[in-house]
Design a protein around this ligand. Structure first.
Ligand SMILES: Nc1ncnc2c1ncn2[C@@H]1O[C@H](COP(=O)(O)OP(=O)(O)O)[C@@H](O)[C@H]1O
Ligand SMILES: [Mg+2]
Length: 362
């Protein structure tokens, strides 16, 4: 394997800890594994780049501690920065440096992703109807049509701010507030509900029909598939796992108290064998079609977390795609068999890009 000329820089989200970034265990793993693959790794922050000296403040993992050091610009960048609102402009500037290659370009918000996905005719049947909320008139119209809807912020993740609104016999709102706490409210009328919603939701939000993505016992669940590029630059499914949320809740994200389960064992409990074959065929289709298609619309990607919902009738729904996928669910399932692979693949793809760069420059 070729040695990378220069560094792979992990572009992290600045936070007020020491060292000042999250996902320390993951980055430490990448640093150690990088050593074996001939890829020197450091962590850096979008706002610690010096354009005059062409250096960054880098954090090297050495002898189980993080060492802060002024280092040259990275050659490759693995972008894990999640606060795009604050750091987007810094990242755009880093992208203007011609000597740097990004492993992937982080996907935009949910609405833009939806706009891209609906351009693939084969994906349309899997996409829940979706609209941007312009005003409370949008919400009223959707409640008339569906009775029960889900509202979610265009930009957030981790289930934060995802709510279910029902206005049929009773008028209720339930879900996750902006601090990701579960809440439940009842209203005496639709007017009272709409009045509350108008105050409660802010920023850009999407509206979708509420899909019954829970087990007969009432636990909401979804299937997370991790698809990654490998050392030959080709897409490959790394692992799939079920995430199941708290009973009676709405979201299945792990950070909201969800648990991870092995996909086959979980689904076998709820669907007969014959139906499972069809479910898996549908999922396989999504896994095969989405990564190259979304890449053709958006630009280079290295990995995708595909969130898939399965309703009680066995219909398969595409809920969300994530270009900075978490890996925690794979640590917990199947004895962690796919966890290291999930963590290592970004480096393998980096080594592929390094080889390609070397070939281009020789
Ligand atoms: N239309 C829907 N109907 C029912 N549940 C939904 C719907 N959309 C999302 N959910 C649930 O909420 C979770 C979070 O929604 P998602 O769109 O993935 O946003 P986030 O970016 O916050 O993860 C999903 O994993 C799923 O469990
Ligand atoms: Mg999600």
């Amino acid at each position: 394997m070729n040695k990378l000329q220069g560094y792979l820089g992990i572009l992290a989200t600045p936070i007020k800890t020491s060292p000042p970034f999250p996902e320390k265990a993951f980055y430490a793993y990448l640093s150690a594994a990088g050593k074996n693959l001939g890829i020197p790794v450091y962590v850096f922050l979008p706002n610690q780049v010096d354009y005059t000296t062409k250096t960054v403040i880098g954090y090297l993992y050495r002898n189980k501690t993080w060492v802060k050091k002024k280092l040259p610009f990275p050659t490759l960048v693995y972008d894990r920065c999640s606060n795009r609102k604050v750091y987007g402009k810094y990242i755009r500037k880093i992208k203007t440096i011609p000597s740097i290659t990004f492993l992937a370009h982080v996907l935009p918000g949910k609405w833009q992703n939806h706009q891209n996905l609906i351009q693939h005719p084969g994906l349309i049947p899997y996409l829940p109807a979706t609209e941007v909320i312009q005003s409370m008139e949008t919400v009223k119209r959707w409640l008339d049509d569906y009775g029960s809807v889900v509202i979610k912020p265009v930009q957030n993740s981790l289930g934060v701010g995802v709510i279910k609104v029902t206005s049929l016999v009773s008028h209720t709102v339930e879900g996750r507030d902006m601090k990701n706490k579960i809440f439940h409210k009842n209203f005496s009328s639709r007017t009272a509900l709409i009045k509350w919603l108008k105050e409660a939701i802010s920023g850009n939000n999407l509206i979708q029909p509420y899909l019954d993505l829970s087990t007969p016992e009432g636990d909401p669940f979804d299937l997370r598939v991790l698809v990654q590029k490998n050392e030959t630059g080709r897409w490959q499914e790394t692992a799939r796992a079920i995430r199941a949320g708290v009973c009676g809740g709405l979201t299945s994200n792990l950070c909201g108290g969800g648990k991870a389960y092995s996909a086959d064992a979980f689904l076998q409990k709820y669907f007969p064998e014959e139906q499972l074959v069809t479910i898996h065929q549908n999922i396989d289709y999504l896994v095969q079609e989405i990564p190259p298609f979304i890449e053709s619309k958006h630009g280079r990607l290295a990995e995708l977390g595909i969130d898939i919902g399965i309703d009680k009738k066995g219909n398969v729904w595409l809920i969300e795609i994530n270009s900075k996928p978490g890996r925690a669910s794979f640590r917990k399932v199947d004895g962690g068999a796919f966890y290291n692979k999930a963590r290592l693949n970004p480096l393998k793809y980096a080594s592929y890009l390094a080889r390609r760069r070397a070939a281009e420059r020789s």
